[in-house]
Design a protein around this ligand. Structure first.
Ligand code: SAM
Ligand code: DTB
Ligand code: SF4
Length: 326
C-alpha cells in the first residue's frame, strides 16, 4: 500500500532548499491545483473526552499523563448535532468528531457515533471522525453512515515513534489507515511537529505520508501544544521556519491534499500563518477550542482571512483544476 517511486533522498533535497525558493515552489504547486483564495474552515468536537488507555506523551487525554482534564462520557447525539448546526452557521463546512478511544469497540457507543455521523451528513457538511484504531468492518459501517473522512495520524517518523508512544505500534497505525482506504473513506493523516524530533524525523514523516497509496486527502500539520502534566510540557517550541518548511514540502509532495493547520495555531503569529498559507496550507480549525486545548477564536480568524483576502471554501468542492489566471 505504499508507493515506491518517491525516495527519501528526494524529500531530503527538497526540504533543504533555500526557504524562499521552497515556499515559491510550493505556492506554484498550490495555485496549479487549488483556488489559492479558498480556506476550508473545519470545526472539531470532542465527543468523548479523557481517560484514554494509550500512552501518547503529548496528549492531555491519556491516563498515563498527569493533566487536570475532567473525564467525560460520550456526548448525546442531540448535543453533538446542535454543535454541528452552530458550526455550520459560523461558516464551517467540515465537522470532525474526536473520541479518546484507543480503538473502536462494537456496541452501543459505536452505534451512537454512527447516528451522529448520519445526522451531520444530513446537514450537508463534510463529516470526519477520529476514534482510534478501526477494523475494516467498522470502517465500512462508518462509510455507510455517510462518513467523508477518517483522521488517523502517523504522528512522527517510524524511528522516533517509540519515544512518543509505546502502547501501540507504527504498524497498528498503518493497518487502520489501510482499513480506511479499503472502505473507500478519504484519509486524513498527518503528524505533530516540535516533539523533540530531528530534521531527519520530519523528513521521514513527510516521505512516509506522501508514499501512502492513495495519498491522504487531508494532511493535518499539528504543532505540539505543550500540555501541563505531560512529559513534553517543557519542550522548547520548534523554530517556526522548520514548520513552514514542512508545510511547503507537504504541499509539493501531496499537491491535491488539503494541508490543514491543526494544533498549535494560538502560539503562531499571524505573519507566520500567512507565510504558511502562501506555502500551500489551505484549511484551519476554527472555534475557541480544538479537542481539549484552546484555539484562536472566530473573530481572530475572520479578521485574519479578511486581511489576507481569503474566503471560506464551499463544502464538497472538487478543485484539482488549475485556477483561472487572477
Ligand atoms: N484517540 C484518537 C487517536 O489518537 O487516534 C483520536 C484523537 S487524537 C487527540 C488526534 C490527534 O491529535 C493525535 O494523533 C495527534 O496528532 C493530535 N494531538 C493530540 N494532542 C496534541 C497536542 N498536545 N499537540 C499537538 N497535537 C496533538
Ligand atoms: C489532528 O491531527 N489534529 C486535530 C484533529 N486531528 C483531531 C486534533 C488536535 C488536538 C490538539 C490537542 C487537543 O486539543 O486536545
Ligand atoms: Fe488516546 Fe488519541 Fe490521546 Fe493517544 S492521542 S492518548 S490515542 S486520545
Amino acid at each position: 500500500m505504499t508507493k515506491q517511486s518517491l525516495s527519501l533522498q528526494d524529500v531530503e533535497i527538497l526540504y533543504h532548499k533555500p526557504l524562499l525558493d521552497l515556499v515559491y515552489e510550493a505556492a506554484a504547486v498550490h495555485r496549479a491545483h487549488h483556488d489559492s483564495r479558498d480556506m476550508q474552515l473545519c470545526t472539531l468536537l470532542s465527543i468523548k473526552t479523557g481517560g484514554c488507555a494509550e500512552d501518547c506523551k503529548y496528549c492531555s487525554q491519556s491516563i498515563y499523563n498527569n493533566t487536570d482534564l475532567e473525564k467525560e462520557i460520550l456526548l448525546k447525539t442531540d448535543e453533538v448535532l446542535e454543535s454541528a448546526r452552530k458550526a455550520k452557521e459560523a461558516g464551517s463546512t467540515r465537522f470532525c468528531m474526536g473520541a479518546a478511544w484507543p480503538r473502536v469497540l462494537d456496541g452501543r457507543a459505536f452505534d451512537r457515533v454512527l447516528e451522529m455521523v448520519s445526522g451531520v451528513k444530513a446537514m450537508d457538511m463534510e463529516v470526519c471522525c477520529t476514534l482510534g484504531m478501526l477494523t475494516e468492518d467498522q470502517a465500512q459501517r462508518l462509510k455507510d453512515a455517510g462518513l467523508t473522512a477518517y483522521n488517523h495520524n502517523l504522528d512522527t517518523s517510524e524511528e522516533f515513534y517509540e519515544n512518543i508512544i509505546t502502547t501501540r505500534t507504527y504498524q497498528d497505525r498503518l493497518d487502520t489507515i489501510e482499513n480506511v482506504a479499503k472502505a473507500g473513506i478519504s484519509l486524513c493523516c498527518g503528524g505533530i511537529l516540535g516533539m523533540g524530533e530531528s530534521q531527519e524525523d520530519r523528513i521521514a514523516l513527510l516521505h512516509r505520508l506522501a508514499s501512502l497509496d492513495p495519498q491522504p486527502e487531508s494532511v493535518p500539520i499539528n504543532m505540539l501544544v505543550p500540555v501541563a502534566g505531560t512529559p513534553l510540557e517543557g519542550l522548547e517550541p520548534l523554530d517556526i521556519f522548520e514548520w513552514i518548511r514542512c508545510i511547503a514540502v507537504a504541499r509539493i509532495l501531496m499537491p491535491q491534499a488539503m494541508v490543514r493547520l491543526s494544533a498549535g495555531r494560538l502560539a503562531i503569529s499571524k505573519e507566520a500563518q500567512a507565510l504558511a498559507f502562501l506555502a500551500g496550507a489551505n484549511a484551519i480549525f476554527t472555534g475557541e477550542k480544538l479537542l481539549t486545548t484552546p484555539n484562536p477564536g472566530k473573530d481572530a480568524d475572520t479578521d485574519l482571512l479578511a486581511e489576507l483576502g481569503l474566503q471560506p471554501r464551499v463544502p464538497f468542492k472538487e478543485d484539482d483544476s488549475a485556477q483561472e489566471a487572477a
